[in-house]
Design a protein around this ligand. Structure first.
Ligand code: MLT
Length: 392
C-alpha cells in the first residue's frame, strides 16, 4: 500500500518561484558583488499606505486593552470588513452581494489552492497555458485531470473554449503571467459556455486594480449570469501592497449550485473546519484600504507601478522587442528572440543582473516568453530597461 499521496510525483520540480529564488541565491553566492535588479516574483516594493498603517497601529493598541481585546474572530471575516468590501469593491460596479457571500482569507493563493477541495477528484479541470502555477499544481496534487488551453499571441492570450466538457475552468484577468485582460465579450463567451455545460468558473481578479480601460470588467459579477456559475477571488496583495500582511477574499454566491447543492455553505463548512480567520489588525488594515484617504493613497501606489509598466513596455519596444501586457496589468510578457526561456533567464542574470521569470515556468506555451514585473523601485526599473537595451 502506498501511504503517500502519489499525485505529488506528478509535479515538476519545486514551486516555480522557490526554484527561481534558489537559482538567484546560487548566483548571488557565486557573484557576491553583482548588482541585481529583481523583476521576478510579483512582490510589491512600496511600503503600506499611511492610512493602512494607522489602522494597523490602532488595532494593535486595541489588542493591548482588556475592554477592546479580541480573541477568535468569525472564520468568514469580521462584518466590518465584509461590509467595506461590498461598499468599496462591488457597489460602485452595481453589484450587490450578501455579507455571507464574502469570505475573508489570508490571500488568494490559499483560496485558489483550497477551493478545489469542494470538488471530486474526478472533475475535469481546464486552465490556460501559460498560467499562474497554483491552479495547475493544486489540482495535480488532488489527482485531477488538467486540460491546458493555449493562450497565444494569435488568440490575444484569451484561450479558446474547451472542446470537451469540463467541470472547472480557471480564468485570471488581468492575466498573470501575460499581463493582458479579457474583454467583456470574451468573458461573456466563457460564462455562456459555463452555463451551457454546468462548468464552475474560478475567476482570479487579483490584478483588477491595474485596469486602465473603463470598458473592461473589474468583476465577473458585472456580467450577466455570472452568479450562477462563478466564484471570484480578490487579493489585497497587489491592490494595496499586502503581500507581507496577507489578506484577500473569495465570493461564493448563494446562486451557485453544483448537482443541485449550493457551494456557499460547503465553503463555509470547510473554512470553519480548517481556518480560524485573518488577524484582527490585518482586517482593520484591509478595511482602511476603502476609506477616503486610503483610496487616494492606494491609487497613487497603483499609478506608480503602472508607470513602471509603461517604462518597461516602451523601453523594451524601443530596444526592438515584441512585448505584450503592461497596459492593463503589472506584468510584461516579453516575446524572446530565443525559444529557450530558461537559458535566457541565465543570460539576463549574468549579462544584465536582471531577474525575471522564464515563461516556460508558467506552462509549455510560455516557452519563448519571459515575464517582468512592474512592482520594482522606479529607478531600478529604469536601470533594468537601460541594461536590457544595452544587451543588444
Ligand atoms: C507572481 O509573481 O506570479 C505572484 O506574485 C505570485 C503570487 O501572487 O502568489
Amino acid at each position: 500500500m502506498n501511504r503517500l499521496n502519489e499525485n505529488f510525483s506528478r509535479l515538476e520540480g519545486d514551486y516555480l518561484f522557490s526554484e527561481i529564488a534558489r537559482k538567484v541565491e546560487a548566483y548571488r553566492r557565486a557573484h557576491p558583488r553583482a548588482d541585481l535588479i529583481r523583476l521576478g516574483i510579483g512582490d510589491v516594493t512600496l511600503p503600506l499606505a499611511p492610512t493602512v498603517i494607522a489602522a494597523l497601529h490602532r488595532a494593535v493598541d486595541e489588542m493591548a486593552r482588556p475592554e477592546t481585546f479580541r480573541g477568535y474572530g468569525p472564520e468568514q471575516g469580521y462584518a466590518f470588513l465584509r461590509e467595506a468590501i461590498q461598499q468599496g469593491e462591488y457597489a460602485p460596479r452595481g453589484v450587490q452581494l450578501e455579507p455571507d457571500e464574502i469570505f475573508v482569507s489570508d490571500g488568494s493563493k490559499c483560496d485558489l489552492g483550497n477551493l478545489q477541495e469542494l470538488f471530486s477528484p474526478r472533475c475535469r479541470v481546464a486552465i490556460a497555458d501559460p498560467v499562474y502555477p497554483v491552479y495547475r499544481d493544486s489540482n495535480l496534487m488532488a489527482g485531477r485531470e488538467v486540460l491546458l488551453l493555449p493562450a497565444t499571441r494569435e488568440n490575444h492570450f484569451a484561450p479558446e473554449l474547451p472542446t470537451t466538457p469540463v467541470d472547472l475552468l480557471y480564468l485570471c484577468s488581468p492575466n498573470n503571467p501575460t499581463g493582458t485582460a479579457l474583454t467583456r465579450e470574451a468573458l461573456q463567451r466563457y460564462l455562456d459556455y459555463a452555463r451551457e455545460h454546468g462548468t464552475v468558473i474560478l475567476y482570479d481578479s487579483a490584478y483588477s486594480s491595474y485596469l486602465r480601460d473603463p470598458e473592461l470588467p473589474r468583476s465577473i459579477y458585472e456580467l450577466d449570469g455570472a452568479r450562477e456559475v462563478a466564484i471570484e477571488f480578490k487579493s489585497f496583495s497587489k491592490a494595496a501592497g499586502f503581500t507581507g500582511l496577507r489578506c484577500g477574499f473569495a465570493v461564493v454566491p448563494h446562486a451557485l449550485k453544483v448537482d443541485g447543492q449550493s457551494l456557499n455553505p460547503r465553503w463555509f463548512r470547510r473554512q470553519c473546519t480548517k481556518f480560524n480567520g485573518v488577524a484582527y489588525p490585518v482586517q482593520r488594515a484591509a478595511e482602511a484600504v476603502y476609506s477616503e484617504t486610503g483610496r487616494i493613497e492606494i491609487a497613487a501606489q497603483i499609478a506608480y507601478y503602472q508607470e513602471n509598466a509603461r517604462l518597461l513596455r516602451e523601453g523594451l519596444q524601443a530596444a526592438g522587442y515584441e512585448v505584450y501586457g503592461g497596459e492593463q496589468a503589472p506584468y510584461l510578457w516579453w516575446k524572446l528572440p530565443t525559444a529557450d526561456s530558461l537559458a535566457f533567464f541565465d543570460r539576463l542574470l549574468d549579462k544584465c543582473g536582471v531577474i525575471g521569470t522564464p515563461g516556460v515556468g508558467f506552462g509549455p506555451h510560455g516557452e519563448g516568453y519571459f515575464r517582468l514585473t512592474a512592482f520594482g523601485d522606479r529607478e531600478r526599473t529604469r536601470e533594468a530597461v537601460s541594461r536590457i537595451a544595452a544587451l543588444g
